[in-house]
Design a protein around this ligand. Structure first.
Ligand code: ASP
Length: 602
């Protein structure tokens, strides 16, 4: 060991080490000069430690915040009135015998403190300094512990960790691909995986039986808050299983993970709801179960009421539903109803009917005059409501009613602080629709991905009414991950491709290798993937995943630290047979078209 290298880290010492000669390495967190005696708070990943520097030791060295130091000295006990019981190393100090600066620091652009209030861009630009903050280091360490615990839980269940390619062929998960041009094959491109989906299915065909991977996935999606173009999944697949086997495996894994990484028991098993039940009860396929406020179907009550909008919604094949906001009658003023009405309209409703029931019937809101006497009384009993509550109604097509009430349910509950912060309420949502209409092309797209099995292998029904064997895991209103039982029958896979508008020729070109593999005894199989960034953030009580990703990108998919994406030289482009047809001038945004001048296969 060289003479400057640490014998202990800052958190490794306590009063039991009194008198021990130590060498410490770390950064200057703070410094003070009390009448000729210098104090430095030395910081490393583990803790902070007070170092006392007699004047003769300091000499003419001028120490600045964030300098990287080597301190040699002896552990001593602090005097009783200097002891800091709040701090783990608050009983001791190191009396320095020598100090050496390993590297000086410029004045950092922001302070390295816990509660930093600085623009995100600046933090990301100097991410290495941002990550010097103990708070950020704790988050990364939690992430590491959490992933290690998950890995152990899978290994303990006979899963085998296997890496799959990053330079590969398109794996559709509903986003655009990131493409990489090939130098060796002019005019040909790799795609970065949107997920390891096809490879993990091939591993099942190999007989590997139980696979998992901490997998980086790449999806070129339009800008959406709190999405990263590259992110990490805990991805897995198993053979010879049905939905319940996948659920039981994950419940076991998550139970073990929360116990090992967080010393916490979670409630098992998780409840299950079909997609249809979730939509009907909560207006959402990722309902937050920490609070009630469920949607109530009023179809059979509507004929009692003379409000024409309700009846005509039903006559047009739509629905009339409502939610009860407990205490909302008192806590939401007439003025505060305006933003809710606006929200409903933005979500597609024509308006928002509401009622604050009064003591003796009547009450306030546009619906009040239609719900007097028995009509109102029957509505109250149907809704379990009473004076002081607020009822919000939506009468429209089913999609609009679910969307509007599902959204209002969450935002009003947040506004009134009706969501308890503590509990983890997991939920499996099952039986998703198999296909959705693509609004632009009018054709069918997969609700999950094209490898998901239909509930009925015969696929006789109309595509719009087919259910799939896809499932999601939801935690407190967030979608944590998705998975499905897969198609292991070649003819069913071909039929699904056909319905998605992929003709036989394209099937061969894009997925021929999978279709061929399905001819060699594929086992029935299914799997799942959890977004690790999301679950790690939620377990730290964070809404944003950015704080648990070491080097995240901004909303415009930019890495502001190293300034990526960036231009490349004409030579580099020529090497990979790409011609850039965009001229980017400083300050302009980069929306370019890259042409590939080489004819395919040349
Ligand atoms: N590929 C995943 C799965 O079905 C889903 C996803 O990536 O979201 O297992």
């Amino acid at each position: 060991m060289s003479d400057w290298q640490r014998t202990h880290h800052c958190g490794a010492l306590s009063s039991a080490d009194e008198g021990t000669e130590v060498i410490l390495n770390g950064w200057v967190h703070a410094r003070r000069n009390l009448g000729g005696i210098y104090f430095i708070e030395l910081r490393d990943r583990y803790s902070r430690l007070q170092v006392v520097l007699p004047e003769e030791v300091v000499g003419d060295l001028h120490v600045s915040p964030e300098d990287c130091l080597c301190i040699r000295g002896k552990v001593g006990l602090r005097g009783p009135k200097d002891t800091n019981p709040e701090h783990p190393t608050g009983e001791i100090e190191v009396i320095a015998e020598s100090i050496e600066r390993l590297a000086p620091s410029k004045v950092p652009p922001f302070e390295i403190i816990e509660d930093l209030d600085t623009a995100v861009e600046l933090r990301l630009r100097y991410r290495y300094l941002d990550l010097r903050r103990p708070d950020m280091q704790r988050k990364l360490m939690h992430r590491s512990r959490f992933i290690a615990a998950m890995r152990n839980a899978f290994l303990a269940r006979d899963f085998c960790e296997i890496e799959t390619p990053i330079l590969t062929k398109a794996t559709p998960e509903g986003a655009r691909d990131y493409l990489v041009p090939s130098r060796v094959h002019p005019g040909q491109w790799y795609a970065l995986p949107q997920s390891p989906q096809i490879f993990k299915q091939l591993l099942m065909i190999s007989g590997m039986d139980r696979y998992f991977q901490v997998a980086r996935c790449f999806r070129d999606e339009d800008l959406r808050a709190d999405r990263q173009p590259e992110f990490t999944q805990l991805d897995m697949e198993m053979s010879f299983v049905e939905e319940e086997d996948v659920f039981a495996t994950w419940e076991g894994v998550l139970g073990d993970t929360f116990r090992e990484a967080m010393d916490m028991e979670i409630e098992l098993p998780f409840p299950r709801l079909t997609w249809c039940e979730a939509m009907n009860r909560f207006g959402s396929d990722k309902p937050d179960l920490r609070f009630e406020m469920e949607l109530v179907d009023l179809a059979d009550w509507v004929p009692n009421c003379e409000f024409g909008v309700f009846q005509s919604a039903l006559d047009n094949g739509g629905r009339v539903m409502a939610i009860r906001v407990p205490g909302g009658g008192e806590r939401i003023s007439r003025g505060q109803m305006k933003p809710l009405e606006k929200q409903a309209k933005e979500l597609g409703a024509k308006g928002l009917a509401w009622w604050k029931p009064g003591l003796e019937g009547g009450g306030a809101g546009p619906l009040a005059r239609f719900v007097e006497g028995d009509v109102g009384a029957s509505l109250l009993s149907r809704m379990g409501a009473s004076e002081g509550d607020l009822l919000l109604f939506c009468a429209d097509s089913e999609d609009v009613v679910w969307r509007v009430l599902g959204d209002l349910r969450v935002s009003v509950a947040r506004q009134l602080d009706l969501i308890p912060a503590g509990p983890y309420r997991f939920l499996w949502v099952t039986s998703f629709p198999m296909f959705e209409r693509d609004e632009q092309t009018g054709g069918w797209t997969s609700s999950h991905h094209p490898f998901t099995a239909p509930e009925d292998w015969d696929m006789k029904a109309d595509p719009g009414s087919m259910n799939s064997r896809a499932y999601d895991l939801v935690l407190n209103g967030w979608e944590l991950g998705s998975g499905s039982i897969r198609i292991h029958r070649q003819e069913v896979q071909q039929r699904v491709f056909e319905l998605l508008g992929i003709d036989a020729e394209q099937q061969q070109e894009k997925f021929g290798f999978l279709l061929e593999a399905l001819e060699y005894g594929p086992p029935p199989h299914g799997g799942f993937a959890v977004g690790l960034d999301r679950i790690v953030a939620l377990t730290l009580g964070l809404d944003s995943i950015r704080d648990v990703v070491a080097f995240p990108k901004t909303l415009t998919a930019t890495d502001v630290l190293c300034d990526a994406p960036a231009g490349v030289s004409a030579e580099q482009l020529a090497d990979v047979y790409v011609r850039n047809t965009t001229t980017v001038t400083a300050g302009e945004s980069e929306h370019g078209v890259a042409e590939n001048p080489a004819p395919a296969g040349s």
